[in-house]
Design a protein around this ligand. Structure first.
Ligand SMILES: Cc1cc2nc3c(=O)[nH]c(=O)nc-3n(C[C@H](O)[C@H](O)[C@H](O)COP(=O)(O)OP(=O)(O)OC[C@H]3O[C@@H](n4cnc5c(N)ncnc54)[C@H](O)[C@@H]3O)c2cc1C
Length: 468
């Protein structure tokens, strides 16, 4: 991609985009585009953004189609921006680019309660989606990555996961239809309000998790679910990571499927609580499992809670706390949600590996050894029932430690040794692509490159994401 026009005569690009989207929705004024250059990737890790960028905020898929046709003609790269909450640099333009923001595509198109589905434009945020469902429906949508500023289109593009995947799965399990503007400008509609659909290749699922490299998602139909009426929250504390992790498969084997099972090192719970001006309710032990249960009746809720405590005691749990009231439950969940925030300026990298859930205890042993080997106090937080652990590699006085690359690669290799993955839910983006070859063969990577070339022959979209 040459991007010559954007570098040398940016005003020409601005003028052409204004003809498509209108004067109010295009700018290359640095003070106005500043907020569109970075996402939530750790500052120490994120790549440097190019400032030779133009932000355009199209108001329809047809405008997006024209923008992409223009970008192909002029050989200008385009980067799609959703809520900007991504953590792998996916939305950071590292070359001169048109930054295409979906923020104006923010309407709910249809709430179809009979089919248990909702159709929204891609720029609807998770917060807005939850509010609409809360106010207008008895149905709910389960996927919840940690930041409600994420847009539905961004959640599809990253195949977001989050805490509730234990019971309800990830984004891929709930997307039924997509409207997508392909890199060439063609608009396609994939899938439908169908629960079974086997015709041809599954392009819908190819788009999910494609991180903006195969097309721009403009409309999404999601499956909704009946709400469970009774919810409860439990904290169960242990003295060892291994005991905590071994208890989890035993609970699932017993037929109990909590909404969420989260693992937290006690340092994280205490620091997060302190940051919020409160205290973490548990004091015994050194690590905690946090269970959220949602059941259809009170008996089931209490029965399952008791069963969980009983099973955890067999695995040497030292304490259990049941949050009785909604206020207590909110308090605990707020501390969990805030787990990353107080460390943000002190973390080099919050990793996102997954291993088969039964291998988590051995994986934690490897992390302990690496922590000692590199003298880095690696903290862990995770969606433990999914085998998805976020390990925090701490900074060295605000800088990336000299051994950072080496340590990170050893952690990835530890995960892959158990058949794991470098990234469970955050995606490849720009910060994880270097390690594609740890997980895939050259043949597999070449097939992926070939697929991308079919969709985007001129390499217009999201340059530098997933592959160089
Ligand atoms: C505090 C915090 C907690 C988080 N917790 C979780 C978690 O538990 N689980 C989880 O999965 N993630 C989590 N995330 C990461 C992030 O919220 C998700 O990846 C989210 O899905 C990104 O959505 P977004 O709209 O912000 O996308 P952006 O950051 O704007 O973009 C992400 C990628 O998707 C592409 N993209 C965005 N919109 C579109 C579109 N309409 N069409 C095509 N491509 C598009 C972008 O080009 C980019 O490559 C967390 C982030 C933060 C800051």
């Amino acid at each position: 991609m040459k991007n010559e026009l954007l570098k040398n005569e940016p005003y020409k690009v601005v003028e052409s985009l204004k003809k498509i989207s209108g004067d109010d929705w295009v700018t290359n004024d640095l003070s106005q585009i500043q907020g569109y250059l970075y996402d939530e990737t750790e500052p120490l890790l994120r790549p440097e953004a190019s400032k030779d960028c133009v932000v355009v905020k199209p108001g329809s898929p047809e405008e997006i189609s024209k923008i992409l046709e223009y970008a192909n003609e002029e050989e200008i790269s385009v980067i799609t921006r959703g809520g900007g909450t991504g953590v792998v640099g996916g939305a950071i333009p590292t070359t001169a680019s048109i930054i295409l923001s979906l923020e104006r595509l923010n309407k709910v198109v249809e709430l179809d309660e009979k089919n248990l589905m909702i159709t929204v434009e891609a720029g609807v945020t998770l917060a807005d989606l939850l509010e609409v469902l809360n106010n207008q429906s008895e149905l709910f949508f389960p996927v919840h990555p940690g930041d409600e500023g994420a847009q539905v289109g961004g959640m599809v593009a990253t195949n977001a996961g989050g805490t509730k995947a234990v019971k309800h799965g990830i984004m891929r399990n709930h997307v039924k239809a997509l409207e997508v503007v392909l890199p060439t400008g063609k608009i396609v509609n994939l899938g439908g309000k169908l629960l079974k659909n086997n015709m041809g290749y599954d392009l819908l699922h190819m788009m999910i998790g494609s991180e903006g490299t195969l097309g721009i998602i403009t409309k999404v139909t999601l499956r909704l679910y009946a709400k469970s009426k009774y919810s409860g929250t439990l904290i169960i504390s242990f003295n060892s990571q291994q005991d905590a992790c071994n208890a989890v498969p035993a609970i699932l084997q017993d037929g109990i499927t909590p909404l969420a099972v989260e693992y937290m090192d006690r340092d994280i719970s205490n620091t997060s609580a302190k940051d919020l001006g409160t205290t973490w309710p548990a004091s015994k032990g050194s690590v905690d499992l946090l269970f959220i249960l949602e059941e259809n009746n009170e008996d089931e809720l209490y029965g399952n809670s008791e069963k969980i405590v009983e099973i955890c005691e067999k695995y040497n749990a030292v304490d259990s706390i049941i949050a009785e009231t909604p206020k207590e439950q909110r308090h605990i969940l707020e501390i969990r949600s805030n787990g990353y925030t107080p460390y943000r300026d002190n973390i080099s990298d919050a990793l996102d590996v997954a291993v088969p859930p039964a291998d988590v205890p051995q994986y934690f042993n490897d992390i302990k050894e690496l922590s000692l080997k590199y003298n880095n106090h690696i903290l862990s937080l995770g969606h433990i029932a999914d085998g998805n652990i976020h390990n925090f590699i701490m900074s060295d006085n605000g800088k990336l430690p000299s051994y950072y690359e080496e340590l990170k690669e050893e952690i990835y290799k530890a995960a892959i040794k158990y058949g794991g993955t470098v990234t469970a839910e955050h995606g490849t983006g720009k910060t994880r692509k270097k390690h594609m070859n740890l997980q895939f063969t050259d043949d597999e990577i070449n097939i992926m490159r070939g697929i991308r070339a079919v969709f985007d022959p001129n390499k217009i979209l999201n340059q530098g994401d997933i592959f160089d």
